[in-house]
Ligand binder design. Structure first.
Ligand code: GLA
Ligand code: ZN
Length: 678
């Protein structure tokens, strides 16, 4: 693996030079404008296959030579893409097997992009060929900075024979025998037993183990495709780091697994700013959660590979960013661990699907626009914050957001299948830490090391992977604090329910007898017990799910307020070894989560970005190394707000001016402060 450690923050965009070959004046302008905006990288060649190989085996690299030479002359580095994200027409027509087959057995016509069969040997061979040629040709080119593999790999749901056969082989490797598979999927139910591997088709939503394994297979197959893509690159350019741009997390690929094979994680962020009547805070929290996820995948800085400098053209409605928000949202990524702010796209295309998508350079073609000025401000900030690349965020709190758990939970048919809201609830548990300026890592429940953390929160961990209950037990035993909730530990990795004692029983010190499903008009109440050691009091609302539990070692901290189980435990704590395990038996309101985590954070003495409480809609995030700390104060409210830094002495990271006590932030304003530590 190549270690990616840039000594500067990357600023740039997807650059489609090849669309403008007939417009030399525009190409000349591009390099001037990149200089003005302090762009130091561009992602190139992403959709260039048809221009690189206009006919089978006939190559035209001249334009790319010229582009890379010009980039090098202008001090702009190239993140060079492999072109597999969109195939040329000749390829799709000569070899129909490269196209995705739908559920009705129809081969998709040649159109769009991101729609190839992940198994097709011919597609893999053609991709390998073009990737090899790119690597051989440009391996010594001074502009070549990083590989950008394909584009936004998706969960290609291809139903061709090649994919089905590969799935059956994957199942044989996983289960060995049909007997084992029939047991794991509980196929005696509804007479679904398979007597031959060839009978297995991933078309039955009632066989949950089957559909879960199909999702895992697709994810593995896309990863396998990626590994085939990078093989020639690793051989020819071992010194050049490799990434692929991820999307928002719930697209059907197990990014936790995928990330192990990247040198650096990168992702494309498109929040719906200004879409909510309540303002932008919820959008900001969700975006921060995603950034924290992408940092956590490798517990290393990541790259923001794409974001829009202004608007999108695919979200139905996309408002133009209010003044200041572009700088704020770009630096928000950096605050959570990104070493870049990059855009889709550099220049608005003249035609095609995305001609009205925002760009650094609009159809007007010059720098005298608000968007260009805001982009330039980002460039200026990043240029002055280079040392930030030597720092990262350090968390003592981890929140389990497990993508395979999400797939399994989505498939489950529960007494209340509406509003499972797995990701939303993970974000609800994350929110109090965002509000308080406490760093959170995200983890999944595979093999990740739990020892760096003081507090682990695992909402709705429906599927318990082999060994995870034991690892949680050890974590708590050794002094850790854990929170689990309703809908946890119900099934194993093949979606079979646990029978007898739950594997979590000892850890929780209780067992769940029933779960009540609440309609929207049923609101439960959660009443803290007198003198609970978190000092919770009053009453909180709870909705959707309510477990009725029996204590077996745990102590009740709050009880239900209504119905036949009023007075029974709704929040419990169990002391195990040197640690504690909390169980939240119901889905509480946000006020409860705020009060609960505030109390817990104080008890555990979790480090906060600054000691004083932050105003609503404003967060503070910290990146540090052993010597210095960067404090990012970010106001997602349109109105100005003031932050009290207390006694600490900071410097403004840009101007160098001393800063202490009260700091004023404009609406959608940002301050980056710095201090020496250690
Ligand atoms: C994605 C793609 C880009 C472009 C943008 C538009 O992130 O990777 O090619 O389509 O969306 O927002
Ligand atoms: Zn296929």
């Amino acid at each position: 693996m190549t270690i990616f450690q840039p000594d500067f923050l990357l600023h740039g965009a997807d650059y489609n030079y090849e669309q403008w070959l007939d417009y030399p004046d525009i190409l000349a302008q591009d390099f001037r404008l990149m200089g003005l905006a302090q762009c130091n990288v561009v992602s190139v060649g992403i959709f260039s296959w048809a221009m690189l190989e206009p006919a089978e085996g006939k190559y035209e690299f001249g334009w790319m030579d010229q582009m890379l030479d010009s980039l090098a002359e202008n001090g702009v580095r190239a993140i060079l893409a492999t072109p597999s994200g969109a195939k040329p027409a000749w390829l799709a027509h000569a070899y129909p097997e490269v196209r995705v087959v739908d559920g009705n057995g129809r081969c998709e016509p040649h159109r769009l992009r991101h729609n190839h069969c992940p198994t097709s040997p011919i597609y893999r061979q053609k991709v390998r060929q073009i990737n090899t040629l790119l690597a051989q040709r440009y391996k010594e080119h001074p502009a070549l900075f990083m590989w950008h593999i394909s584009n936004e790999y998706g969960s290609y749901d291809c139903r061709c024979d090649l994919c089905y056969n590969a799935f059956r082989e994957w199942l044989q490797a996983r289960y060995g025998t049909l007997e084992a598979l029939n047991h794991a999927w509980w196929t005696t139910f509804w007479s679904h037993r398979y007597t031959d591997w060839s009978q297995i088709e991933p078309v039955d939503p009632s066989v949950h183990g089957l559909m879960l394994d199909w999702q895992r297979f697709i994810s593995d197959q896309v990863l396998d495709f990626y590994l085939a893509e990078i093989e020639p690159l690793r051989a020819i350019t071992p010194h050049v780091p490799i990434t692929t741009n991820f999307m928002q997390p719930n697209v059907g690929l197990d990014y936790w697994k995928f990330a192990q094979y990247l040198d650096v994680v990168s992702w494309d962020s498109y929040p719906r700013w200004h879409s909510q009547p309540e303002g932008d805070t919820a959008v900001a929290v969700k975006t921060s959660f995603y950034h924290d996820l992408y940092r956590s995948l490798k517990r290393q800085p990541f790259l923001l590979m794409e974001s829009t400098p202004s608007v999108t053209n695919w979200q139905g409605i996309s408002r133009t960013k209010r003044p200041g928000l572009h700088l704020l949202s770009s630096l928000q990524a950096v605050a959570h661990g990104s070493n870049s702010a990059q855009y889709f796209q550099w220049r608005q295309s003249r035609g095609g699907e995305e001609k009205f998508h925002g760009a650094v350079v609009s159809h007007a073609g010059h720098e005298h626009t608000r968007v260009f000025r805001e982009v330039t401000a980002v460039g200026a900030h990043l240029a002055q914050l280079q040392n930030v690349t030597t720092t990262c965020n350090q968390a003592q709190v981890a929140l389990v957001y497990d993508l395979q758990n999400e797939w399994a939970l989505d498939l489950a048919r529960l007494p209340r299948s509406e509003d499972k809201l797995y990701q939303e609830r993970c974000i609800a548990h994350y929110r109090p830490f965002w509000d308080a300026g406490i760093t959170v890592d995200l983890i999944d429940s595979s093999t990740v090391d739990l020892t760096p953390y003081k507090l682990i929160i695992a909402p709705m961990l429906y599927m318990l992977r082999d060994g995870f209950a034991d690892r949680l037990h050890q974590f708590v035993q050794a002094g850790g604090t854990l929170l689990l909730t309703y809908l946890s530990g119900l099934v194993n990795e093949s979606d079979l329910c646990f029978i007898g004692d739950s594997p979590l029983r000892k850890l929780l010190g209780l067992w769940v007898e029933e779960t009540d499903s609440l309609f929207a008009h049923h609101v439960q109440a959660l009443h803290p017990m007198a003198d609970n050691d978190l000092h919770l009091s009053g009453s909180y609302a709870a909705t959707h799910f309510a477990d009725i539990v029996h204590l077996d070692g745990a102590e009740a901290l709050a009880c239900y307020g209504h119905d036949f189980y009023a007075g029974q435990p709704a929040l419990t704590v169990n002391r195990v070894g040197n640690g504690r395990c909390y169980y939240l038996a119901t889905r509480p309101d946000s006020r409860f989560l705020h009060d609960f985590y505030t109390a817990l954070s104080t008890q555990l003495d979790l480090p906060r970005a600054i000691p004083t409480p932050l105003p609503a809609g404003l967060t503070a995030q910290v990146r540090q190394n052993g010597r210095e700390q960067y404090l990012f104060l970010m106001n997602f409210q349109p109105a100005p707000q003031t932050v009290n830094l207390g006694a600490a002495h900071y410097q403004d990271a840009l101007s160098g001016d001393g800063v202490q006590d009260m700091v004023e932030l404009e609406g959608y304003g940002l301050r980056v402060l710095r201090k020496e530590i250690g």
